[in-house]
Design a protein around this ligand. Sequence first.
Ligand SMILES: Cc1cc2nc3c(=O)[nH]c(=O)nc-3n(C[C@H](O)[C@H](O)[C@H](O)COP(=O)(O)OP(=O)(O)OC[C@H]3O[C@@H](n4cnc5c(N)ncnc54)[C@H](O)[C@@H]3O)c2cc1C
Length: 399
Amino acid sequence: MSDGLTETETDEFRSKVRSFLSENASAELARTLDGQRSYMGELAAAGLAGMTISTEYGGAGLTRHHDALFREEVANFPFMSSDFVISHGMCQPMLNDFGSEDQKKKYLPDNIAGRTLWCQMFSEPGAGSDVASLQTKAERDGDEFILNGQKVWTTMAHVSEYGVLIARTDPEAVKHAGISMFILKMDSPGVEIRPIHQIDGGKHFNEVFFSDVRVPVDDLLGEVNNGWNQATAMLMYERVAIGTIGAGKINQTNYRMLRSIAKESGKLQDPLVRQDLMKIYSMETAKSLVAMRTRAEMKAGKTPGPGGSLGKLFGSVIQWRMREIMMNMAGPASQAWTVGDDAAADMQRATVGSFSSSIAGGTDEIQRNIIGDRVLGLPRDISVDRGIPFKDLKVGTQR
Ligand SMILES: Cc1cc2nc3c(=O)[nH]c(=O)nc-3n(C[C@H](O)[C@H](O)[C@H](O)COP(=O)(O)OP(=O)(O)OC[C@H]3O[C@@H](n4cnc5c(N)ncnc54)[C@H](O)[C@@H]3O)c2cc1C
């Protein structure tokens, strides 16, 4: 018996998950958003989606232990939810933690079953690492807020039905105090979404503009002017979601990809290449262990601490090393596009896409600041705006 589950119950649950995954998880479905949506629908119908969320809100109503068992099993199958990392890893827990009873009943079932996709609208042209400097404003007008401003780098906005957004509701307050969080319907009048074209050929993120967008007061998420505390919680979920992808077991996905490139290019016996391969192998092993510890802490009911930052930073350091190794082994082919060759395309996407892992979800420097401050106990970053009302700060376009 562990965590309230007998050995028989554990075995039965594992075999239910395994048989579901054998029938429904496939690399082909994983490749498209529609495929992932249909997988999510089946997962919800099987009572395996939104694992720890109450059945009243469309979840599975199971325990953290079930969730951990599911993660262990799912790590042996294709990753079926790459387009749902934000929707499920970040927006879903925010709705569950901060949503009103009505909001949970209205939004969670569709979110959990993948019938709706959600995005995160925090960053602005003048507010990234220092996101509390955001200038998008939401002004109260009767039963609505009127939204004006701009977000940027909004992953999946162009295919999302909803988003979680932060906006300034009190410019007289100091910058962290006058922010509120909202649920935004992405097809609301006045919302304009412009995709950003990426170097790897993709179009995953966007600029989003708001011109007099009317947001019902009912879609305020949490309390007015408490948005910064909630944003911090969401950023923590973000680091955990990014840093613990595939955290159900120890895995070395990148190592396997590099080893097959080394084999194909006849460099597997080269001692320097072998040394590089072992470095990636050990870094990935360590990253898996950090991610498993973070998940275990969550399973024990603890709020994930700086472990989220450690895992996230580890992931981006691995991407940087991978890029160097691929360029050493494959030369220009590691970046030049060969249409129709899937293996080459994977390698090239990993090379040119490696830069983004050091920025998305908070830059490496910011993760190091968090680790320095909260793990190592070093002095905090210097703050020059303490006690000053937001409207008097020289940030964004306020210059
Ligand atoms: C692939 C990708 C997907 C993204 N998806 C989303 C999304 O869905 N939603 C969303 O809201 N945002 C998203 N972002 C935006 C992302 O959160 C920001 O880009 C990130 O927080 C950095 O902000 P910035 O680009 O404004 O850089 P800046 O904050 O301007 O930073 C510029 C440089 O200064 C450094 N720096 C800044 N402050 C400090 C400091 N205090 N100490 C040391 N160094 C510092 C940074 O590390 C960086 O090197 C995404 C970004 C990427 C790359």
